[in-house]
Design a protein around this ligand. Structure first.
Ligand SMILES: Nc1ncnc2c1ncn2[C@@H]1O[C@H](COP(=O)(O)OP(=O)(O)OP(=O)(O)O)[C@@H](O)[C@H]1O
Length: 195
C-alpha cells in the first residue's frame, strides 16, 4: 500500500462560545477570507450523525454517553484532518469541563487559534426566542463554564459586531500575532496543575 505524502499540518481556528453566540455565522464568513482553503468542521455535523431518537438512544448506551463519544470523536477527527494538511475552522461549546483538557491533549503540536465568541445573556435569549427551536435561557446557563478558563488568542462580542466584522477582526489578529498561543499557555497550566 502506498503512503500518503507527508505535508505540513494544517492550522486550526477554534471558535468557542455558548449556543446561539454566533459561532457558525462567524465561521462561514471567516473561511472566505483566507487565500488557502479552510474546511468548516462544525460539531453540529457530528451530532447530526447520531440517530434522532428511539431505541438507539435509549438502549444500553445512555444519550449522555453517546454525546460524549460523539464529542470525543469530533476532537480526534479534527486532529486527523489537520494532520493531513487541511486548514480548519471548527466550533465547539466548551460546556463540559472535560472538553478543553481533551482538546489541549488531542491538538498538542498543532497551531490552534483559540477564539472566544461572546454574547450577553439578554441577546442570547432574544436569539433563542427568534430561532424557535431552543429552550430560552439554556445558552446563558452555559456561560460560566464555557469561558471559565479565561484565556483566548482573539475575542469578539457578537452583540456589537456583525459576523463579517468578527471574522475580519479574527483574521487581522491571526496575521499580527506576536504572543504565545493561548492553547500552549493553557496546556502548560494543566501540566503544572494550575489548569
Ligand atoms: N453578529 C451577530 N449579530 C446578530 N445576530 C447574529 C450574529 N451572529 C449570529 N446571529 C444570529 O444568532 C443566531 C445564532 O447564530 P449561529 O448559528 O451563528 O450561532 P451558533 O453559536 O453557531 O449556534 P449553535 O451553537 O446553537 O449552533 C442566528 O439566528 C444568527 O442569525
Amino acid at each position: 500500500m502506498s503512503e500518503a505524502p507527508i505535508v505540513p499540518a494544517g492550522r486550526i481556528v477554534l471558535l468557542n462560545g455558548a449556543s446561539s453566540s454566533g459561532k457558525s455565522s462567524i465561521a462561514n464568513a471567516l473561511v472566505t477570507l483566507f487565500d488557502e482553503p479552510h474546511l468548516l468542521m462544525s460539531v453540529d455535523r457530528f451530532y447530526a450523525m447520531l440517530p434522532r431518537a428511539g431505541a438507539a438512544l435509549s438502549g444500553p448506551v445512555s444519550e449522555e454517553e453517546a454525546v460524549r463519544r460523539t464529542q470525543a470523536g469530533f476532537h480526534r477527527a479534527v486532529a486527523g484532518m489537520a494532520a493531513a494538511g487541511n486548514h480548519l475552522v471548527i466550533d465547539q461549546v466548551l460546556s463540559r469541563p472535560w472538553r478543553l483538557p481533551d482538546l489541549l491533549s488531542v491538538l498538542d503540536g498543532f497551531a490552534v487559534t483559540f477564539v472566544g465568541v461572546h454574547c450577553p445573556p439578554d441577546e442570547l435569549a432574544r436569539r433563542e426566542r427568534a430561532r424557535g427551536d431552543r429552550r430560552v435561557g439554556q445558552a446563558a446557563a452555559q456561560l460560566p463554564v464555557v469561558h471559565a478558563h479565561g484565556l483566548y488568542d482573539v475575542e469578539c462580542d457578537t452583540s456589537v459586531l456583525t459576523p463579517q466584522a468578527c471574522a475580519e477582526h479574527i483574521k487581522r489578529q491571526m496575521d499580527g500575532r506576536t504572543t504565545r498561543r493561548a492553547f500552549d499557555v493553557l496546556r502548560d497550566r494543566v501540566a503544572s496543575g494550575e489548569g
